[in-house]
Design a protein around this ligand. Structure first.
Ligand SMILES: Nc1ncnc2c1ncn2[C@@H]1O[C@H](COP(=O)(O)OP(=O)(O)OP(=O)(O)O)[C@@H](O)[C@H]1O
Ligand SMILES: [Mg+2]
Length: 371
């Protein structure tokens, strides 16, 4: 267990990054440790040690067009696209010259040679940063909670992933991917809206659908007393063009595929069953102790009202009353990984894991993945 350095602010101020602009060059002589968490919907970045802690956030697609060019199933995409994105977020989002930075990037739970080589090429050959390191996303999400053990459930845009971590090691053999995330919910919302007679895109843009998802949708809760709803008390949406849409019960059922894949006709286990499969009765005690104590729910989709309660309930139903577990979400779930990187980049011990180009040249790109 370690603690957030005294200097780490616990409030994050999110600043949306412009989609175009020039470097507001700060001092080039000082080295800044920059953290970049690349997501298929949102790319988040901040500077370690900065106060107030401001995070630059941008829509990945606004910079690279096709987000799968930069991240696909959590792995690093094309060097050109990634360089454009990271260069943009450092220069425009954080106002820094890349050559004055050391960079901590979030990487896949199962980094490959390809991930290491592409990351090294972007950081050192294209951007010319001073040093770099790639840290597995689940570790950064846990570091934010100041621990290196637990089960990270990351409900992102692409999908929902479960990563058990024991003593700082991601147990890949027990990791899972549940196929629905934010993108799947937007697609399902489109289907429901079309059934109501709206055309998408035309009457409604994909931007409208995204806002409906983020601002109006809630998660249906089921309990002994039957279904119960967490409602935002609002189900009316007005487009910028003035079209009024009464979403009615859609706001409460659009998120169902996040838990029950059968709604979309996907032949997969429900999310609660996947979580229960990791922490359940018959598991190895090391895995069980590490994961039941600390289930960290993160990622933007977990911000839907009722998400954590529903997942807790679905898991409880499957593991029974004998297995005690602790499951927590976070108020700024999209920023967890980035905040973990802030801690990583602030502590003197972990900062030593950043490697320079010279060291990579003699020892190989794999040195970028020290953990
Ligand atoms: N307040 C909110 N309520 C509901 N959904 C939200 C909210 N904020 C963001 N989202 C959704 O969460 C997703 C973005 O979350 P996150 O940043 O964790 O994903 P990502 O890292 O881009 O995706 P991935 O990790 O799958 O590549 C998007 O689908 C976005 O619409
Ligand atoms: Mg993510």
């Amino acid at each position: 267990m370690f603690w957030l350095p005294d200097t780490a602010p616990d409030k994050i101020e999110v600043v949306w990054c412009a989609t175009s602009g020039v470097t507001r060059a700060r001092e080039k002589t000082t080295s800044h440790v920059v953290i970049i968490d690349t997501g298929s919907a949102l790319t988040k970045a901040c500077v370690a040690g900065s106060r107030p802690l401001q995070a630059a956030v941008l829509r990945t697609g606004d910079v690279v067009g096709t987000p799968t060019d930069v991240v696909r199933d959590q792995h690093i995409g094309s060097v050109d696209a990634v360089a454009r994105l990271w260069g943009h977020v450092i220069r425009v989002g954080l106002g820094l010259d890349p050559t004055s930075t050391e960079v901590v990037v979030s990487g896949p739970a199962d980094p490959t040679n390809d991930d290491a080589e592409r990351t090294a090429e972007v950081l050192f050959e294209v951007l010319g940063v001073r040093a770099g390191v790639m840290v597995q996303r689940p570790l950064l999400a846990l570091w934010r909670r100041r621990t290196l053990e637990g089960l990270v459930v990351d409900a992102g845009h692409d999908s929902t992933r479960g990563w058990p971590v024991v003593e700082g090691h991601v147990i890949l053999a027990e990791a899972f991917t549940y196929p629905v995330g934010g993108r799947g919910i937007e697609a399902y919302l489109c289907t429901l809206l079309r059934q109501m007679g709206y055309t998408v895109p035309k009457d409604l843009s994909m931007e409208d659908v995204r806002r409906m998802k983020e601002e109006l949708c809630t998660v249906r809760l089921t309990g002994a007393e039957g279904p119960k709803y967490t409602t935002t008390g609002q189900d009316a949406f007005t487009t910028p063009e003035g079209l009024e849409v009464d979403l009615g019960p859609i706001t409460e059922c659009a998120a169902e595929p996040l838990f029950d894949p059968a709604v979309l006709g996907i032949d997969e286990r429900p999310l609660g069953e996947m979580v229960a499969g990791v922490i359940g009765q018959d598991r190895d005690f090391l895995l069980k102790i590490a994961t039941t104590r600390n289930i960290v729910v993160t990622g933007g989709m977990s911000l839907l009202p009722g998400y954590v309660e529903r997942l807790r309930h679905e898991t409880r139903q499957r593991v029974g009353d004998d297995v005690e577990f602790k499951m927590r979400g976070s108020e700024d779930a999209t920023m967890d990984t980035c905040m973990g990187g802030y801690i990583f980049g602030t502590l003197r011990t972990t900062r030593k894991l950043l490697v320079t180009k010279e060291r990579l040249r003699t020892e190989g790109a794999w040195q970028l993945c020290p953990l």
